[in-house]
Design a protein around this ligand. Structure first.
Ligand code: HEM
Length: 147
């Protein structure tokens, strides 16, 4: 059984995570973030191996995902946990790299007031994914989850 991540916990009200967030920003976030990922020596190959040549499908899916998280559209129907648990060779430090590049992109795309809201959403989901992948009784929690 995979654990469900409540990405749309406030979907009922359909209010964006922050009122300034637009669909265009969500789209730019995904395009620019994965542009960065693909150039990263450590994470690039992990994604390329899994996604192979179908980046268009991945980017479309990720736009639905971030629209659901940030605009509460409820458009994303996937299952992030199994998609990550199956990955081999991912380490805790890779989440730090992922979050670092994500924060940089957020700074480029969103209004200053919205940035912490977006970064906190990513940290929350990263923690859920990290727990699904690595969380055992003897495992030290990652830094971003203990702040
Ligand atoms: C080191 C960290 C991470 C790595 C290496 C990673 C890698 C990947 C890869 C390779 C895929 C494609 C899986 C496939 O299509 O078979 C994927 C999918 C996905 N990732 Fe990540 N990811 C990471 C962190 C995150 C985080 C922090 C989030 C959310 C904040 C996230 C959200 C997603 C989502 C929503 C999908 C699509 C799942 C689906 O419905 O198929 N990932 N990830």
């Amino acid at each position: 059984m995979s654990k469900a991540i409540p990405v749309t916990s406030h979907a009922a009200g359909r209010r964006p995570a922050h009122p300034s967030i637009t669909r265009q920003q969500v789209s730019d976030l995904v395009d620019q973030f994965y542009g960065r990922i693909r150039q990263n020596d450590r994470l690039g190959p992990i994604f390329e191996m899994q996604i192979e040549k179908d980046w268009d499908t991945h980017l479309e899916k990720m736009k639905l995902f971030w629209s659901s998280v940030l605009l509460r559209t409820g458009d994303y129907k996937g299952q992030p946990v199994p998609a990550h648990v199956k990955l081999t060779g991912v380490e805790t430090g890779d989440f730090q790299i992922w979050l670092g590049m994500f924060s940089q992109t957020v700074d480029e795309v969103f209004d200053p007031d919205a940035r912490p809201v977006v970064v906190e959403a990513a940290q929350r989901i990263a923690t859920s994914l990290w727990l699904a992948m690595f969380g055992g009784a003897m495992t030290k929690p990652p830094v971003w989850a203990t702040k």
